[in-house]
Design a protein around this ligand. Structure first.
Ligand code: GDP
Ligand code: FO1
Length: 300
């Protein structure tokens, strides 16, 4: 099974899916446009959340970082007068250091992710969307800023005028992710932010034509008129989409076959088959139930 993922909603589904089908049979294609160099190391929030979820390490209260991590280095930097733009845990930082050392010695991000995957004992395949640097920039009433600054330092508050992905035009999808996508009949798009998590994957050259030949099932991250978490609503609105499952369907209109929406969401969605179930995944069991439902849909 192949799934496109960002960093919060889809990992909740993966936490369920790995208890329902063998982990070896899961391939996840992950957004890298929210990646950022912090304190000398490359932080890849979405890749790490997916890896930590499979490894059973994810902090399930925040859905980023490692549970029970300490923040000694982050606090020590603060005492020295340097405020990191992201609050990095000590164990989480170790993964960033390992990744950055590998990249500095010539490994690609895909190869470095594979090394981390093996070290963490993850059996699923985790594939970055590209090995090239891409940065999500949010254009706001307070100026242009990196997604992480918009979300963390500015608490997602400034009015959003536009969203752009620096480096995306020149970025190549990896051969690993193209061959993974090409080898499956059905592609799942997890409940992730359609603008800043799935959007960059879709904008890579050649991805939409592949998806148009596949059976594509997406799970809506919007329930009624609100995202479960994060800035998806604000960003969808800024980019001219309705904040609803109909808006999500519109983001994917070029290739979507089935949209899974919450059973209490009475949104009218045109031109795509809609199926309903409880899509809230507060507990692992709820993720498993949704995973079983999705597996049944793949047997169309
Ligand atoms: P970001 O946090 O907006 O940058 O986006 P991510 O792609 O990392 O994931 C967050 C998305 O997952 C949000 O749009 C949420 O609405 C969605 N999400 C989080 N938890 C759930 C859940 O339990 N069910 C559903 N359907 N969506 C969820
Ligand atoms: N989100 C926050 O709101 N505050 C943080 O300090 C923060 C640190 C952080 C460190 C590592 C990491 O992998 C993710 C982190 N996040 C933090 C989450 C991140 O900003 C976003 O939620 C993801 O990029 C969304 O996909």
């Amino acid at each position: 099974m192949i799934i496109l993922s960002g960093g919060t909603g889809t990992p909740k589904l993966l936490r369920g899916l790995k208890n329902v089908i063998p982990e070896e049979g899961i391939t996840v294609i992950v957004n890298t446009a929210e990646d950022r160099w912090v304190s000398g190391n490359l932080v890849c929030p979405d890749i790490d959340t997916v890896l930590y979820t499979f490894a059973g390490l994810i902090d399930e209260k925040k859905w980023w970082g490692i549970k029970n991590d300490t923040f000694y280095t982050h606090e020590a930097l603060k005492k020295l007068g340097y405020r990191e733009p992201m609050k990095l845990g000590d164990q989480d930082r170790a993964a960033h250091i390992f990744r950055s050392e590998l990249i500095s010695s010539g490994y690609t991000l895909t190869e470095a992710t594979e090394r981390l995957r093996l070290s963490l004992g993850v059996k699923a395949r985790v594939l970055p969307m590209t090995d090239d640097p891409v940065a999500t920039m949010i254009y706001t009433s307070e100026g242009e800023m990196h997604f992480q600054d918009f979300w963390i330092a500015h608490k997602g508050e400034p009015k959003v005028l536009d969203v752009r992905f620096d480096g995306l035009d020149a970025a190549k999808p990896t051969t690993e992710m193209i061959s993974a996508l090409s080898s499956e009949d059905t592609i799942i798009i997890g409940p992730s932010n359609p603008i800043t998590s799935i959007g960059p994957i879709l904008e890579l050259k050649g991805i939409i034509p592949i998806l148009q030949k596949k059976h594509v099932i997406a799970i809506s991250p919007i329930i009624r008129n609100k995202p479960v978490s994060g800035p998806a609503g604000k960003l969808m609105k800024a980019m001219g989409y309705e904040v609803s499952s109909a808006g999500v369907a519109q983001c994917y209109e070029d290739f979507l076959d089935v949209l899974v929406i919450h059973r209490k969401d009475d949104c009218v969605v045109h031109n795509v088959k809609v199926v309903k179930i409880d899509t809230m995944m507060t507990s692992p069991k709820e993720g498993e139930r949704l995973a079983r439902f999705i597996i049944e849909l793949t047997k169309y």
